[in-house]
Design a protein around this ligand. Structure first.
Ligand SMILES: [Ca+2]
Ligand SMILES: [Ca+2]
Length: 181
């Protein structure tokens, strides 16, 4: 950011600082090496988008988080005059959260099918969530490549919805089969 001071002489020496409004702890402002009228804003904190809901001072706009920071610029005159500038720093997402299924080891997905189900019959729906944002949170469902061939020959999975359906009619499964998908 750049500031100007209409005065001349030594009073146009400017000092930049972060304003003490709660988020100053995350930022540091320093004059540019070759121009004292320009200040550069640095972070002193490792932001984590998934933790911003509990980060002091972070503001949520739809699914985007912004952190306000107020920079104060003051001259060297007497009395010293100053101006504040409020900026909103958008915290962008990185893909650091894997999708997670909504089951636990105590409550695995399980369902029973009978031999006379027709192709297309819905069997069970998988559901996963991803704490990231945008494309980083888009989920595609598929069977593992090393899935039991009996599984992949009898069931289909919808990549978008997570629904597993019967894919063959008549089914080629025994009533007692168990599948790991
Ligand atoms: Ca992710
Ligand atoms: Ca993330």
């Amino acid at each position: 950011m750049q500031a100007m001071d209409a005065d001349n002489g030594p009073t146009n020496a400017l000092t930049f600082s972060t304003f003490n409004d709660g988020t100053q702890q995350y930022f540091d402002v320093r004059p540019a090496a070759n121009n004292p009228m320009i200040a550069e804003l640095y972070t002193t904190f490792v932001f984590n988008r998934e933790a911003l809901a509990t980060t002091q001072g972070a503001l949520k706009f739809n699914d985007t988080y912004k952190v306000p920071v107020t920079v104060k610029v003051q001259d060297n005159g007497s009395p010293s005059l100053s101006t504040n500038c409020i900026m909103l720093v958008t915290i962008q997402d990185i893909n650091d959260s894997p999708p997670v299924f909504d089951y636990t080891s105590d409550t695995p997905y399980q369902t029973n099918v009978v031999n006379n189900l027709t192709a297309g019959t819905r069997v069970v729906r998988l559901f996963a969530t991803d704490a990231d944002y945008g494309v980083n949170a888009q989920i595609t469902y598929s069977f593992r490549q090393d899935s039991d061939p009996l599984c992949t020959s009898n069931f289909a999975i919808n990549a978008n919805s997570g629904w597993i359906t019967m894919s063959s009619s008549p089914p080629r499964v025994s009533l007692m089969e168990h599948f790991n998908m």
